[in-house]
Design a protein around this ligand. Structure first.
Ligand code: ZN
Length: 240
């Protein structure tokens, strides 16, 4: 059994296709999605239908929540707001209902998935440091939890104290807890434009970060063709 754990797709179809092809090539048998399927780029409906067709565990992200909400856009910056207004116009009622029914936290086999934090998953706080991670660990009942939201791959490990580190692969060791950010499929923000997700093998207790090229020019062209802000296209190449 091998999982692909992925999230923060943000309507980037080319990046989503790239990670799914890579997952298939690596013998992935199961999937889990950390939310923010929509928002920012130009293929919200297509990305939603691909994730829905995987019939895998999915948790709700803040952009998913806003895309299916009425018109309360509190907390979103103008760029995100513009993208969400457009995204709403692209989704059917059925697709919005599917987003609305996603849970905030799910347990999958021996791990947990959440978009933002485990202590207050519906408030969309960001885990940027040891203190933030500590708060989530207090609510983590499995050895591993995968999360997204910051769009930056990072592993927090609790072994007496909590430390955070970038990672490429991790062996899950007994007696320790892991809060692992798998990075973003569709809009990485760690200065690297390559799309990001993780492979996880429960038998081998190994987590591997994957960074991949994708057809970024097509994604950028579609963002501009849709009339979305130029900045949303530019930032993809900068990885921020
Ligand atoms: Zn996101």
């Amino acid at each position: 059994m091998r999982f692909a754990i992925f999230g923060d797709i943000h309507s980037n179809l080319e990046a989503l296709n790239a990670i799914l092809a890579d997952a298939a090539a690596h013998g992935v048998t199961h999937y889990a999605c950390l939310g923010d399927i929509v928002g920012y780029a130009a293929n919200p409906a297509e990305c939603l239908e691909i994730v829905r067709a995987l019939e895998c565990p999915v948790v709700q992200g803040n952009h998913d929540e806003q895309a299916c909400a009425g018109d309360d856009l509190s907390g979103f910056n103008p760029l995100a707001q513009q993208a969400i207004d457009w995204t709403r116009s692209q989704l059917t009622d059925d697709q919005k209902a599917w987003l609305r029914n996603l849970k905030f936290v799910r347990q999958v086999r021996d791990f947990t998935i959440v978009h933002a934090t485990l202590d207050t998953p519906h408030r969309w706080g960001y885990v940027f440091n040891q203190l933030d991670a500590e708060a989530s660990f207090n609510y983590q009942h499995t050895q591993i939890c995968f999360y997204g939201h910051t769009h930056t791959p990072r592993a927090y490990i609790r072994d007496g104290m909590v430390r955070g580190q970038p990672f490429e692969s991790l062996l899950i060791e007994p007696g320790k807890k892991y809060f692992i950010n798998v990075g973003s499929v569709g809009q990485p923000r760690d200065g690297d434009w390559h799309c990001s997700y993780c492979l996880y093998c429960p038998e081998e207790k190994e987590v591997v970060l994957r960074r991949l090229e994708y057809d970024i020019f097509t994604t950028q062209d579609k963002i501009l063709a849709a009339g979305l802000p130029q900045k949303l296209a530019d930032r993809l190449a900068l990885g921020k």
